[in-house]
Design a protein around this ligand. Structure first.
Ligand code: GLA
Length: 729
């Protein structure tokens, strides 16, 4: 087959439905293109599938074949750029897959068989490449699902075998990329409770840098599965090449960044194989979680917008829909409430002007009432002392106040002091011969047991069945997994992985029955945020730390990866800042309140009411617009971010003082994302009653605003300033 004929065949494959291509192996070049980028795979004469390119797209597809010859991907022990590196044979670097065959042999050598391209719609295509071992009846299909306009790829593998007995997967990554650049800078995160998303950026040197989790649930408490890698030099907001990645997995993950002897970056992302050899029966398909990534040659801002558009269009629930503003009672009552108190809060919800009241922890348990975090978890019956007229009464009261009603649950967990634990001690994850270990006085239920799955689904289903008008659930997960052992699992080493599959099974059932109801993903703060979980949720809780300056930093780092409408930001009493600052900070994502409305002074209440109304006016820009980070709080006295609607006719700019130094304040800040040829009117929003704006309402061209900028006049005494940017009528 000649080269140009093959390339025509490849090109046409991108427009056909499920075209199977089994050309002569030595001829196959497989470009995976999106709007701006190409990832190129190539099959060698001995049928190894290698990755030869990841970068800007070329105009002429025929030239991809020449790329491999330009670069050196090999060293003394062979080539390092295998697209899914197997172990036990030719490869001696970190593998993507390692297995123990039914006969105990540990060798694997995967060779290309064929590939198919399925066009799912105008934007989405799926490339599946079949690889097979030549000795054992063992195969892997690599899947690359591309989102053309978003420049996003999701990659995963499907592993199966037909050996005589079970095979053990010792490592089973989702993706194995090989990237060639003149240097690599990794930005990743660490954290803990109330200090999530603390960034660190480092140059990657030879050897392996791993980010991972072994916590089981609440898995990204210490290290979340999101990262970015700059190529050639650390990328800026609007320049430089940068790749973002996230393993879509809400459990133990492992992402290896290996700079190999030939100076490639070998990136291997997947479920953590720590204590997790997976026993796979013959004929069963093991589908790894997806690894999602995007590449931008125009810096971090574009990479964020790529990922955020993809998330809204394809991943999060109702990504292009609305969100509910809310009043939560957690910090105003903790566990101490009753019907009259809640009835008052429902009235406050109405008074404030938000859409919904969210009842937090403490509404359940009778034999062991949930009056603190030491008892009652697992007993999802309404506490009769606090709520004698059941949830139904609150739903009715909410309706009478013309607001919606939502509720908190933590269905995967149990306090030992509970009826659930008394009835089902075998439903709990614990080592049978060792003392129990607790986090927040609780244990994790063994979701791998189908009866536990039914129970957890039942908690949700029961609430909606009994209260069809229930509008929202906050789903919490406060404990990690100590003493990992399942009384149900036959193979203990499958447990960590099966737990997450089981969680997704339950969430699949919830979503099959309640496809659009808003669910908040919470995990003792932000301990479980990833796109595997966000597939089922409308929003997440970034942190229990709501001190507004800290929160700017946490929200800022999350903004690189997640769209603003998914970030639940609540105004609380943390910090000493005035209410205006706290509200302005919360408005940069999904606005909520968790304060005692009755304690607000009249002008503070009026400010909050106006702010809620303003938020609703600009919610489309914040929720569905394009996000532009203007000034990073880690590099400036003033943090600044804006959201622009797709038509570029309306935008909102948020500015926050993050320094207490004497002269700290703003100078001109350049706007982004506007139409240079249009005129815009600027005006200040959220001006506190009795104060006057120092920003004169004025008109400027988009060109002026993006070249010269505007000074929001942020300084001590004006620590947060919001500016509306509207196309001049
Ligand atoms: C976790 C959550 C909080 C709150 C409490 C309730 O800590 O992060 O927002 O819901 O649980 O116990």
């Amino acid at each position: 087959m000649n080269k140009s004929y093959l390339n025509t065949l490849l090109a046409s494959a991108f427009f056909c439905l499920a075209t199977v291509i089994s050309a002569k192996a030595q001829d196959v070049v497989i470009p995976i293109e999106t709007k701006d980028n190409a990832l190129v795979l190539q099959v060698t004469p001995d049928k190894l599938l290698n990755m030869v390119y990841f970068g800007s797209k070329l105009t002429d597809k025929n030239e991809y074949g020449a790329i491999a010859k330009m670069y050196n991907f090999s060293g003394t022990i062979g080539s390092y750029n295998n697209a899914y590196t197997s172990s036990g044979t030719r490869n001696l670097l970190e593998p993507a897959i390692a297995v123990t065959h039914a006969d105990g042999n540990k060798s694997l050598d995967l060779k290309y068989v064929n590939h198919t391209v399925t066009k799912i719609n105008d934007d989405v295509s799926l490339l599946s490449i079949k690889l097979k071992d030549s000795v054992y009846d063992f195969e892997v299909t690599l899947n690359y699902q591309t989102y053309y306009n978003e420049d996003v790829t999701e990659q995963w593998s499907v592993i199966t075998h037909h050996e005589k007995k079970d095979v053990v997967l010792n490592k089973y990554a989702s993706a194995n990329l090989c990237i060639k650049a003149g240097g690599y800078w990794l930005k990743h995160y660490h954290g803990d409770w109330a200090q999530e998303m603390q960034p660190e950026e480092e140059a990657l040197n030879h050897g392996i840098k791993t980010i991972d989790s072994k916590l089981g649930t609440r898995a990204d408490l210490f290290e979340p599965p999101v990262f970015m890698v700059s190529l050639n030099k650390p990328a800026g907001e609007d320049e430089g090449e940068v790749m973002y990645g996230n393993l879509e997995w809400s459990g133990n993950f492992r992402i290896d960044f290996e700079v190999d002897p030939a100076n490639n970056l070998r990136l291997i992302a997947g479920i953590n194989n720590f204590a997790a050899d997976y026993v796979l029966k013959p004929g069963v398909e093991f589908t790894t979680p997806k690894f999602v990534y995007t590449l931008s040659s125009k810096g971090k801002g574009e990479a964020s917008r790529n990922l955020q558009s993809w998330a809204r269009n394809y991943k999060i629930v109702d990504g292009n829909g609305p969100r509910l503003t809310l009043l939560n009672n957690w910090e105003s009552t903790y566990f101490d409430f009753n019907e009259p108190k809640l009835a008052g809060l429902l009235k406050d919800t109405k008074k404030l002007g938000v859409d919904m009241f969210l009842l937090d922890d403490g509404w359940f348990g009778n034999k062991y009432p949930r009056n603190g975090d030491h008892a009652g978890l697992g007993d999802w019956q309404v506490n009769k002392a606090k709520l004698p007229n059941d949830i139904a009464y609150l739903v009715k009261e909410a309706k009478a106040n013309d607001v919606k009603f939502g509720i908190w649950i933590e269905p995967e967990m149990v306090n030992p002091k509970s009826e659930l634990y008394e009835k089902h001690p075998d439903w709990v994850i614990k080592q049978p011969q060792r003392p129990e270990l607790y986090m927040r006085n609780q244990l994790v239920l063994d979701l791998t047991n189908p009866k536990v799955q039914d129970f957890v689904f039942g908690v949700v289903d029961d609430l909606f069945t009994k209260n069809p008008e229930l509008a929202y659930i906050k789903w919490d997960c406060n404990s990690i997994i100590f003493n990992a052992y399942s009384a149900y699992e036959k193979n203990q080493s499958n447990f960590y992985t099966d737990y997450v599959f089981a969680l997704y099974k339950v969430l699949d059932r919830v979503r099959a029955k309640y496809p659009k109801v808003p669910l908040m993903l919470c995990s003792g703060g932000g301990g479980r945020v990833d796109y595997g979980a966000l597939k089922y949720f409308t929003e997440y809780w970034p942190s229990d730390d709501t001190e507004p300056v800290e929160r700017i930093f946490i929200q800022w780092e999350n903004s690189y990866f997640y769209p603003a409408l998914t970030s639940s930001n609540h105004v609380t009493d943390w910090g000493k800042q005035p209410i205006k600052f706290r509200v302005d900070v919360a408005m940069m994502g999904k606005l909520g309140f968790d304060i005692v409305i009755g304690k607000l002074k009249p002008d503070e209440l009026a400010f909050c009411q106006n702010a809620v109304a303003t938020y609703k006016q600009f919610s489309d820009e914040i929720w569905h617009g394009d996000q532009y980070r203007l000034q990073n709080p880690r590099e400036n006295d003033v943090a600044s971010i804006m959201y622009v609607n797709p038509a570029k006719t309306s935008a909102i700019m948020f500015n926050y003082l993050v320094s207490t130094r004497y002269h700290a304040g703003s100078s001109a800040i350049k706007l982004k994302g506007l139409n240079p040829d249009k005129m815009y009117t600027l005006s200040e929003l959220n001006v506190f009653p009795g104060r006057r704006s120092t920003i004169a309402e004025a008109n400027y061209s988009g060109k002026f605003l993006m070249t010269v900028g505007v000074n929001p006049d942020v300084r001590d005494g004006r620590a947060s300033v919001l500016i509306a940017v509207k196309e001049t009528k």
